[in-house]
Design a protein around this ligand. Structure first.
Ligand SMILES: [Zn+2]
Length: 68
C-alpha cells in the first residue's frame, strides 16, 4: 500500500521535472528582450538573473500561478 502511494508521488514528480526540463531546454536558447506575453521589455537584470527567460516578472508570476 505504502509502496503504491510512494510510486504515484514519484511518478507525478518525475513528470513535473521532465516538463520543467523540457521548458528549460526550449527557453535556454535565447533570452528574449521583450516579454512573450505582453510585449513589454524585459529588464537586462532579469535576463541575466534568469537565463533563457521569455516573460516579464508580472507575466512569469501569472504563468507560474496558472500552471500550479
Ligand atoms: Zn509580460
Amino acid at each position: 500500500m505504502d509502496e503504491g502511494d510512494r510510486g504515484n508521488i514519484s511518478a507525478d514528480r518525475f513528470q513535473k521535472e521532465a516538463l520543467a526540463r523540457q521548458l528549460n531546454r526550449s527557453a535556454q536558447g535565447e533570452s528574449l528582450t521583450e516579454c512573450e506575453d505582453c510585449g513589454e521589455p524585459i529588464p537586462e537584470r532579469r535576463r541575466k538573473a534568469v537565463p533563457g527567460c521569455v516573460r516579464c516578472v508580472t507575466c512569469e508570476t501569472k504563468f507560474e500561478r496558472k500552471s500550479w
